[in-house]
Write a protein that binds this ligand. Structure first.
Ligand SMILES: NC(=O)c1ccc[n+]([C@@H]2O[C@H](COP(=O)([O-])OP(=O)(O)OC[C@H]3O[C@@H](n4cnc5c(N)ncnc54)[C@H](OP(=O)(O)O)[C@@H]3O)[C@@H](O)[C@H]2O)c1
Length: 288
């Protein structure tokens, strides 16, 4: 059995990945208390005892707001921590998959979808950290996949963590009777997390390099929220519970969509975001 080390093992992606593949791989899903990636000695110890074939480096501070407010800590975790993991991969001959983000394009002026050949120009600390880490990791490791995710979505699951996502966020607002605010001026790829997890091992078979991964989406954030209301049978409550934020990004639409043709050419397939959301609601049998 191949061995996989998951950093950030207690997070949204890794808790689901570890459950899905517990009988396929020998997995060490390392929470931050077991493996603090900012502590080089701790990283070395874990690598020496587990000797992973693959490392999925998911550990990060992924909140844009947190990173902007705490730039030094964000850098320490998102850049220096990633570098510690890459150096350990190099020493132990482990192959590394670095989970990066569409947010490396959040300051680009031209609209997406962006390809892997477009030059990212991030304007948040989180986007800047991830881009810098991508570059530093490439200097350390040849056996490296950098996978830039679109925004993932999913539902709460047993023994799994949650992170903010548009589907669960909208449903939570509905259940709390709180108005959801959504702009018609923002476009992002939104991907059902299990579509990513189900196909993830295919990445181990493709050439090293940078890949954009996830669903394409033609709908604005407002249209996606409207779709969620309709799909759960609450179209009649949209006037009361969904507010169109027309002013936000009015002068310059925000568009951080990724072109995922490169990874699709290696056989990974994704529903478009609308169908991914419908699939998730169907799998979790959600009707309100
Ligand atoms: N979810 C998305 O939509 C999305 C989109 C694009 C890219 N990504 C990237 O994909 C990866 C996984 O995302 P996710 O949603 O699963 O994130 P998540 O739920 O926030 O998980 C990240 C994990 O990293 C851990 N961590 C933080 N500091 C650490 C440290 N010093 N040492 C070790 N672990 C540490 C956190 O542990 P604590 O809870 O103990 O702090 C947390 O469990 C991240 O790198 C993120 O940037 C995610």
């Amino acid at each position: 059995m191949k061995k996989i080390l998951l950093t950030g093992g207690n997070g949204f992606f890794c808790t689901r990945f570890a459950l899905r593949y517990k009988n396929t791989y020998e997995i060490l899903s390392a929470s931050s208390s077991m493996l603090d990636i900012t502590n080089e000695e701790n990283v070395t110890e874990i690598f020496e005892s587990f000797k992973p074939d693959y490392v999925i480096h998911a550990a990060a501070k992924a909140s844009t707001e947190f990173c902007d407010k705490n730039p030094e800590l964000a850098y320490k975790i998102n850049v220096t921590g990633a570098l510690n993991v890459a150096k350990a991969c190099k020493k132990s001959n482990s192959k590394m998959i670095f989970l990066s983000t569409e947010q490396v394009f959040n300051g680009n002026v031209d609209a997406g979808p962006y390809t892997e050949d477009d030059t990212p120009s991030p304007d948040t600390m989180y986007g800047k950290n991830k881009l810098e880490a991508e570059g530093l990791l490439k200097e350390v490791l040849d056996e490296l996949w950098v996978v830039r995710f679109t925004w993932l979505l999913g539902m709460p699951e047993r023994n799994c963590s949650m992170s903010p996502n548009i589907l669960w966020g909208t449903l939570t607002d509905i259940m709390l009777g709180k108005k959801t605010k959504a702009t018609p001026n923002e476009y992002r790829g939104l991907t059902y997390v299990h579509e990513v997890i189900d196909q993830f091992p295919m990445i181990f078979e493709i050439p090293y390099g940078i890949y954009h991964l996830g669903s394409h989406n033609d709908l604005s954030r407002y249209d996606i929220c409207s779709l969620i209301f309709k799909e759960v049978g609450l179209e009649h409550r949209m006037n009361e519970l969904l507010e169109k934020e027309t002013e936000k990004y009015k002068d310059h639409h925000r568009d951080v969509r990724l072109c995922t043709d490169k990874i699709k050419s290696y056989g990974l397939e994704f529903s478009d975001s609308k169908d991914g959301i419908k699939k998730c609601l169907k799998e979790f049998k959600i009707k309100l």
